[in-house]
Design a protein around this ligand. Structure first.
Ligand code: ADP
Ligand code: MG
Length: 665
């Protein structure tokens, strides 16, 4: 048996099952071994029936005395069995598993686990987990792993397969880190064995720690390797600073830069004077003013005789940046152009565009600066491809995603980090209210009152899927029609990802120029759209969004010093959901909200790691500072000892096979 063998080659796994396993991301034996449980049922308490109490979760060993199927009026099947363990009897009940009556005939010796309940004067267990007493016990009487499942592939199936495969591949597990790790860490084989079939909670935690370490180490190794590679590059000429001209430009801006903006510009300018190309991430809350920072640097590129490419995730944003930068830079004789799917202008000094910029058709020479806005929306491959449009340009990425510093240092260990941690003066906090359904009409009146005085409103419809679909287009149209009836005296606009790009632009232009007063939109407005006169953000089905994402949406209002509001509607008023949403009423710090999201939903969902596919995190918690630090130290040490990883063939293979999705250089 080899680790890399496709699961479809195993006995008992036909094409149908193989397809289902693929849905879980499982292609090879190795994938299956790394398919970790997400929780465990504690069935480790073995006891006897004459000692059990109602409400306890127990494991019992005994015999099926009788078993039969009963059909209810609602056409469900109940399978009822009498189980006896030598001390007493109780009833077992399963729903819709009529095949059990044949599978567990009277006389079967079984072990069962489950929660004891009372049925009249008798004890019973509903839906017990069971297994016949033969060989190793996997499903009862221990900490029993529960896995991510899919139709036709349940945890019982996964347990059996993993238990069968493990001894066959055990000898192939190589632990390249073993000699570097202290006794605190389990060896890799034990960790993998214990994560599936833990002896107890203590060893389970050790297994989690070891496997988490490995995941974080993989990231650290890839990013540190990347950083070293990057540091070997040189730029043709370090840039000159043009201090006087820059100061003048900054002085002529319509506002004064915040201290944070100034600091970040300084950090960038320092990079640009070096002979290695810059590779920096600017992180700043929505509305913190990243665009103008970019404008200053673009101007500097121009003064140094270089062109700039600026890539945005959406066409709307590209046009918006195009407009902003034109206003700031055209008076200085800089030719700003746009390059998107729908509008392709001849090469300019600065080309603003979407991923269309990646096309070979765009003539691009003498590029000295490459900027990616809202970088979390792009995959590494896209960012790298853009950067590689020129031999070694300075590279600047920007994000509004609030990522705690430790997490950012791990995830983006290959980048230097600058944080704009201050909003421009005069920004008022966006007053945020959860609106229960009984107050919906009041909310519409409130909206109408604000529209009457010339303010503008966004209404965002619920998130249906991660990306824009026909379904979300339909939902937003329904909302549009509904609101037209509720607010007939106002002009409404409609915006969603499925519109033709000219129509999208039209919808946004109409809103900006106040031809429309209220814009009904999917969450496409989330990234970067800037309409200062908008003062109310209404979000429907807000429980479907992450808190950090809601915060981004709410950042679309409150941009011009006018008191602004965010009204959060939900589809369900379940207390747990509502209390999560209500965090937005009191917390106005994107980072804090991201941390709450982190606790509730786990790091993978929050930072878009799973979608971006940059890292394959299954078990590690990115906010675990200690492990992050330890794994970084080891990665740096290993790369110092063996820069090309020749001493570590497994690590090298992993790195170059792209398993650690790393940008090729
Ligand atoms: P983001 O960081 O979310 O990309 P933008 O760059 O779109 O933010 O800026 C948001 C708004 O704030 C814009 O209208 C911009 O003109 C304005 N702005 C940027 N910096 C300042 C500042 N220092 N003072 C006042 N307004 C500013
Ligand atoms: Mg922006």
């Amino acid at each position: 048996m080899e680790f890399s063998r496709p699961l479809s080659h195993l006995v008992g796994i036909g094409p149908t099952i193989a397809k289902r396993l693929e849905l879980l991301g499982l292609f090879t034996v190795e994938d299956l071994v790394h398919h970790y449980p997400f929780r465990y049922d504690d069935f480790s308490k073995s006891t006897q029936l004459n000692e059990v109490k109602v409400g306890e979760v127990v494991t019992l060993t005994g015999e099926i005395w009788s078993i039969k199927n009963v059909y209810t009026r609602s056409r469900k099947t109940l399978t009822q069995a009498i189980f006896n363990d030598g001390t007493s009897s109780l009833e077992l009940v399963w729903f819709n598993q009529s095949w059990l009556a044949k599978n567990l005939p009277a006389g079967s010796r079984v072990q069962i686990s489950g929660k004891v309940s009372r049925k009249g004067s008798k004890l019973s267990i509903l839906q017990p987990t069971w297994e016949k007493l033969a060989g190793v016990l996997l499903h009862t009487g221990r900490l029993v792993p529960i896995y991510p499942e899919t139709f036709g592939i349940n945890s019982k199936w996964l347990r059996q397969k993993i238990n069968y495969l493990f001894p066959l591949i055990e000898s192939e597990i190589i632990d390249p880190l073993s000699s570097h790790l202290s006794a605190d860490f389990l060896d890799l084989t034990s960790a993998l064995q214990q994560i599936h079939f833990p002896d107890n909670f203590a060893t389970l935690n050790k297994a989690k720690k070891r496997l988490s370490f490995d995941e974080l180490f993989d990231i650290q190794l890839a990013t540190q390797y990347q950083r070293l590679t990057w540091q070997k590059k040189t730029v043709v000429n370090p840039w000159k600073i043009f201090g006087k001209k820059l100061t003048e430009f900054i002085h002529n801006l319509p506002f004064q830069l915040t201290n944070a903006q100034q600091r970040v510009i300084k950090e960038i300018v320092e990079d640009l004077q070096k002979s290695t190309p810059m590779n920096r991430l600017v992180q700043g809350e929505v509305g913190s003013g990243k665009t103008v920072v970019a404008a200053v640097i673009i101007y500097l590129a121009h003064l140094n005789g270089f062109k700039t490419l600026l890539m945005t995730p959406t066409e709307i944003l590209a046009f918006q940046h195009y407009a902003t930068l034109s206003k700031l830079l055209k008076p200085l004789g800089i030719n700003v152009t746009i390059y998107t799917g729908s509008k392709k202008e001849r090469e300019g000094d600065i080309v603003v565009g979407t991923h269309a910029l990646l096309s070979d058709k765009l003539q691009a020479d003498n590029i000295g600066l490459v900027i990616v806005d809202e970088q979390q929306r792009f995959g590494v491959e896209q960012r790298t491809k853009l950067r590689n449009r020129s031999s070694s340009p300075h590279f600047l990425t920007m994000t509004a995603t609030p990522i705690p510093r430790t997490v950012a240092l791990t995830l983006y260990g290959d980048l230097d980090l600058s944080i704009i941690d201050e909003l421009p003066k005069g920004r008022k906090i966006v007053q945020t209210h959860f609106v229960p359904s009984k107050k919906r009409l009041d909310a519409y009146k409130f909206i109408a009152d604000h529209l009457k005085v010339g303010e503008q409103v966004y209404v965002v419809t619920p998130l249906i899927e991660a990306s824009e679909t026909n379904q979300s287009a339909k939902a937003v149209k329904v909302e549009f029609e509904k609101l037209k009836k509720i607010l007939p005296q106002f002009n409404l606009g409609l915006l969603h990802g499925k519109l033709k790009s000219a129509d999208k632009q039209q919808a946004l232009d109409n809103f900006k120029s106040k031809k429309t007063h209220l814009l009904v939109s999917t969450s496409v407005v989330e990234v970067g759209v800037d309409v200062p006169n908008a003062t109310i953000m209404v979000i429907e089905g807000s429980e479907r969004f992450g808190l950090a994402q809601l915060h981004q949406l709410r950042g679309r209002v409150g941009r011009a010093g006018i008191q602004s509001f965010c009204l959060l509607f939900t589809e369900s008023e379940e207390p747990q959901l509502v209390s999560r949403i209500k965090n937005l009423e009191t917390i106005h710090d994107g980072l804090k909200l991201a941390e709450i999201d982190l606790q509730i939903r786990g790091s993978g969902e929050i930072y878009g790691i799973r979608q971006s596919g940059r890292w394959n995190l299954k078990i590690a918690d990115l906010s675990d500072k200690e492990l992050a630090e330890q794994s970084k130290i080891l990665a740096v040490k290993i790369l110092a000892e063996s820069p090309n990883l020749d001493k570590y063939p497994q690590l090298k293979a992993k790195l170059s096979s792209g398993l650690l999705i790393i940008a090729p250089d």
